[in-house]
Design a protein around this ligand. Structure first.
Ligand SMILES: *[C@@H]1O[C@H](CO)[C@@H](O)[C@H](O)[C@H]1NC(C)=O
Length: 390
């Protein structure tokens, strides 16, 4: 039997190691995700070692204690990109647009472009990994991550992914889920991305919790011509369950998020709780069919189009009310009173209470997370979302 003094010593000796790993554990749909579990946290000493640790089959807790810069590590490509009137020349816009890295240019003109190759090929994350930033130092510059081909049980926490050819559409995606399951994306920041900050499809995204992240759309190159990134989140997985909570989405102009697809077998549940949408000069939600969406306690602040019109007739099932009475109508099905969504200086918000949403989510009650009062969302989300805050 250990004496109290020995236990105390043991705790003191162990605590620095524990503090260096993942903080907390996921709630919502990714609950049970352990990533690298109890593997000893370790810091890679070179870019090659970082790449090997992220992609191999070994259970690992990988500490990101600096900015790892991938730009110029795989060369660059000079070729032609498509410039379109609305997205590159930006007549009357307040920023430049983005040119398109693609093979056809029917509705535009070819221009010469040079882009970094590393940003276009994300690292494939192996199963059982935690990739964790240290303090506010963890940066992946010029390369994203993807979980695919059946890999699962991944935690990505407290890292900033940035600088993926932001001048170009198709310049790179920050996080991709394609044949994944059990992924916790927590307290990260995304900025200056060419294409999507998070994308899933066409394989499944699986059980995913996206919590406390900062989606920072400030850019000099915007497909919206307004200094705000357009391609924010695109969720099109085959069978996906998202808990999306405590995120700060700001200075964006579209797809924040776009989700759902008429791809026949797709089925996506999305529980959006206590997110703060701020200064969106375009649309936040754009929702296609095969979706069941429960939104509660979200705060829309200066959002031009909080939900697009096609979302309302796409076949998507929506429980998105902004009235206290209608929100509380969820309680018989879900066992708690839902929180209303709130708008300030924001376009029209649809008051939908589709019963099918409650029926669907009542099968997944154990995955529903609690909410806080919507009035406190701007302050609490800005204080907690992003890197250096876990
Ligand atoms: C991941 O961990 C689980 C549980 O320990 C194990 O069954 C599985 O084989 C691991 N995957 C890989 C690729 O090592």
């Amino acid at each position: 039997m250990q004496t109290p003094i020995l236990s105390l010593l043991a705790a003191l000796l162990l605590s620095p190691v524990n503090a260096a790993g993942v903080t907390g554990s996921p709630s919502g749909f990714a609950q049970g995700t352990t990533g690298g579990g109890n593997a000893t946290p370790a810091t890679p000493s070179s870019l090659d070692e970082l790449k090997q640790w992220i992609t191999d089959d070994v259970e690992r807790v990988i500490l990101i204690d600096r900015e790892w810069d991938f730009s110029n590590t795989e060369g660059s490509t000079t070729g032609k990109c498509c410039s379109k009137e609305a997205t590159t020349k930006c007549p009357g816009g307040t920023s430049a647009g983005q040119a398109w890295i693609q093979d056809d240019c029917d509705d535009g003109t070819w221009i010469t472009c040079t882009y970094d190759n590393a940003a276009k090929s994300p690292l494939s994350v192996g199963s059982n990994k935690s990739i964790v930033g240290v303090g506010s130092k963890g940066v992946l510059k010029g390369k994203g991550l993807r979980v695919m081909d059946g890999n699962n049980n991944v935690i990505i926490q407290n890292i900033h992914i940035t600088d993926l050819n932001p001048e170009y559409v198709w310049g790179g995606d920050a996080l991709t889920l394609d044949g994944a399951d059990n992924v916790w994306i927590d307290h990260n920041k995304f900025s200056l991305i060419g294409r999507q900050m998070i994308v899933s499809g066409w394989g499944k995204g699986g059980h995913v919790t996206i919590s406390n992240n900062e989606f920072d759309g400030v850019t000099e190159w915007s497909a919206g011509c307004n200094g705000k990134h357009y391609w924010s989140l695109l969720l099109l997985g085959l069978e996906d369950f998202y808990t999306f909570s405590g995120n700060w989405l700001h200075d964006l102009s579209g797809r924040a998020p776009h989700m759902g697809t008429d791809y026949t077998d797709s089925k996506i549940l999305f529980h959006g709780v206590n997110n703060y949408f701020q200064d969106i000069d375009g649309h936040a939600f754009d929702i296609d069919t095969n979706m069941w969406v429960l939104l509660e306690g979200n705060y829309f602040d200066n959002v031009k189009t909080p939900m697009t019109d096609p979302s309302l007739s796409s076949g998507a099932q929506l429980y998105t009310t902004s009235t206290v009475d209608a929100a509380s109508g969820c309680s018989s099905a879900l066992g708690y009173i839902c929180e209303w969504n709130r708008e300030a200086n924001t376009g029209t918000w649809p008051d939908r209470t589709d019963k099918e949403v409650l029926t669907k989510f009542s099968d997944y009650k154990d995955f529903l997370i609690g909410h806080s009062g919507v009035a406190g969302v701007p302050e609490s989300v800005k204080a907690n979302a992003g890197v250096g805050k876990v």
